[in-house]
Write a new protein. Sequence first.
Length: 87
Amino acid sequence: MIERIKLYLLRAIRIVIKGELKVFVRVDSVLHGKLLLGKNIIVTGASSGIGYEIVKKCLLKSGNVLCVACTEGKLTAGFLRYQIYSL
């Protein structure tokens, strides 16, 4: 799984650096539709604020979410009712 995450991150970095892909999607169409079903999602700053809310919405829409935060304790405390895995 770690190798797969590394692959996704490398692809994302290449896209940002080269500017190859520009996709604009309305947030409400993502959260109310089925676009997240079975997708792998990486959210940084997931322990509070906007990142926390994005993770909650993605988990409720059946996305596979990798949460990244500076403090593991705060991250774990926020998502005790969801099934989470700590790396």
